[in-house]
Design a protein around this ligand. Sequence first.
Ligand SMILES: O=C(O)c1ccccc1NCC(=O)[C@H](O)[C@H](O)COP(=O)(O)O
Length: 271
Amino acid sequence: MSVLEEILAKKKAEVQERKALYSQKLLEQSIFFENRIVSLKKYLLREDKSGIIAEIKRKSPSKGVINQNVSIERISIGYMQAGASALSVLTDQTFFGGSNEDLKVARKFNFCPILRKDFIIDEYQIVEAKAIGADAILLIAAALTEREMKDLAAFAKSLGLETLMEVHNEEELEKGLNENIDLVGVNNRDLSTFEVSLNTSFELASKIPGSFIKVSESGISSPSQIVELKEAGFDGFLIGQNFMEQSRPERACAEFIEELSRLDRRAYAKS
Ligand SMILES: O=C(O)c1ccccc1NCC(=O)[C@H](O)[C@H](O)COP(=O)(O)O
């Protein structure tokens, strides 16, 4: 069984348990249900932002524990003050050590787009995403059929949420793309071997239709890589581990963005 299959099997059981505990009607009574969505698409295109989606990730199947006991309030505010365009919060508990509470805390302290990073297989989780204050959800092409991708993205749209569809190859891209998808994320981490290669992004960039915002995900560790990814057409850059493995992730993010701005200014001066 691959890690992704293992995660999905656990998620299926978890969703059934949560449905029995909190009805959809109850979730819809959350104060966040009335919130206006902050558009991830729009924020990634803002000139005054870095394009970085800074992630809160306590542990992972590939790395184990990264930074378990963190202050979500401090990191999320720090990420945004550093110039990140958006936040990504892992809400999966078993494999990533996250929780819905983490996202609610990030929502409480920040006005910015927040991506609920989880393994979504059921409409219930999309209602839950809205109920905890998320603006966008992740749908993983490798985890869903073409029909499921279309229906879940349409459901997200009906609640006003944006969908980032994650792909690893051309086949998943062709299978998953539909009119309800807002952003396409290319994951540079192979989920069966955990090998990371930015070539996955470089190879798929030109295959993603221009109408979709492009996000490169995973394994990004230097500002110069972002410069190259921008040249390849990417608008968004999802970074977790590189920040989270530092004792002060928000400082690591600020230094990274400062260096990125220096590189951007240098490139602008040359052009
Ligand atoms: O990170 C993992 O080990 C992992 C394993 C299995 C499924 C998903 C996984 N990661 C989720 C992500 O997509 C990343 O957290 C995200 O792209 C940030 O990546 P990184 O900057 O490398 O932490």
